[in-house]
Design a protein around this ligand. Structure first.
Ligand code: NAD
Length: 243
C-alpha cells in the first residue's frame, strides 16, 4: 500500500489504533511469540496465573519486578511519539492496547483501554489500585492500608493466563471500536482472544481496515490494507502530521 494513501487520515472522525506487543518490539520489549519470547524462558504456570500467585506470591512478585526493570530499560520509539502527535492533532484518535509495558503512557499517549492491565499497577481487594509508572519495585508488597496482620498481598493488575478479562475495559473498547471509521492494527498477531475479536468487530461495522506489521499472520485477512514495515517507520509514513 502506498503510504500516501492515508494522507487524509484526519478526515476519519473516529480512529482506533489497536496495538500489540509488536509496537514495543523496536523498544526492546520481547514479543509474545517467536524467538526471545518470555514464555520460552519462564513457565507461565509458575509466574503468571492466579494459582502461582496463591502458591508463591513472592516468586510471582519478583518476576513482575524483573519485567518492570526490563521495561524501564526500554525507551519509547518514534512510533510511540507519532501516536502522541496524532492525538495532539485529532481528538478522535483512540488507542486500545494489549500491551502491559506502559511505553505508550511514557511517550505521553492517552490510552483509552488497557485490555490486559498494566505492569505498573498493583491492586488490593479492599483498597483498590496503586499505580506508579516509574516503580521498578513498589514500596509495599502487602497492602499498607489493611490491618497489618491480615494485609493481603498486592496483586499485579494484569490479566494473567486463565483469568477472565476486565469486562468494563472490554465494553469501553467495544464502544470505541463500534464508532471507528478507521481501524489500524499495529504489531499484533491477532492470536490472543478475546482481544483479537476487535479487528473482526471493526471490519463488520464497516471500518476501513489497515494493518501495520512486517509479517503476515492469520488475522491479516481481516484487513484491507497492509503496511509491511516496522511500526516506527510505518506510522509516520502512513499518517503524516505536517502539510
Ligand atoms: P504477539 O507477540 O502475538 O505478536 C506480535 C506481532 O508484532 C507479530 O505479528 C509480529 O510480526 C509483529 N511485529 C514484530 N515487530 C514489529 C514491529 N517492529 N512493528 C510492527 N509489528 C511488529 O503480540 P500480541 O498480538 O500483542 O499478543 C501478545 C499478548 O501478550 C498480548 O495479549 C499482550 O498483552 C501480551 N504481551 C505484552 C507485551 C508488552 O506489553 N509489550 C509483550 C509480550 C506479550
Amino acid at each position: 500500500m502506498p503510504a500516501a494513501a492515508l494522507s487524509h487520515w484526519r478526515d476519519f472522525r473516529n480512529i482506533v489504533l489497536f496495538t500489540g506487543a509488536g509496537l514495543s518490539a523496536e523498544s526492546g520489549v520481547p514479543t509474545y511469540r517467536g524467538a526471545g519470547g518470555i514464555w520460552r524462558e519462564y513457565n507461565y504456570q509458575d509466574y503468571a496465573c492466579q494459582r502461582a500467585f496463591d502458591r508463591d506470591p513472592v516468586q510471582v512478585l519478583d518476576f513482575h519486578e524483573l519485567r518492570r526493570a526490563k521495561a524501564l530499560n526500554c525507551a519509547p520509539h518514534a512510533g510511540h511519539a507519532h501516536i502522541r502527535a496524532m492525538q495532539a492533532g485529532h481528538p478522535g484518535v483512540h488507542v486500545i492496547t494489549q500491551n502491559i509495558d506502559g511505553l505508550l503512557q511514557r511517550a505521553g499517549v492517552a490510552v483509552a483501554a488497557e485490555l490486559h492491565g498494566s505492569l505498573w499497577r498493583l491492586r488490593c481487594p479492599v483498597h483498590g489500585m496503586r499505580e506508579d509508572l516509574a516503580a521498578g519495585a513498589f514500596a509495599h508488597r502487602r497492602c499498607p492500608d489493611c490491618v497489618p496482620d491480615r494485609a493481603p498481598w498486592l496483586r499485579p493488575d494484569i490479566t494473567w493466563f486463565e483469568d477472565a478479562v476486565n469486562e468494563a475495559v472490554f465494553e469501553h473498547a467495544a464502544m470505541l471500536v463500534d464508532d471507528a471509521e478507521l481501524f489500524v492494527g499495529i504489531g499484533t498477531s491477532g492470536a490472543v482472544w478475546p482481544a483479537a475479536g476487535f479487528a473482526e468487530r471493526a471490519r463488520r461495522r464497516g471500518a476501513r481496515m489497515v494493518e501495520i506489521n512486517p509479517e503476515d499472520n492469520e488475522a491479516s485477512a481481516l484487513y484491507g490494507e497492509h503496511i509491511r514495515l516496522p511500526a516506527s517507520k510505518a506510522l509516520p509514513e502512513a499518517f503524516p502530521i505536517g502539510g
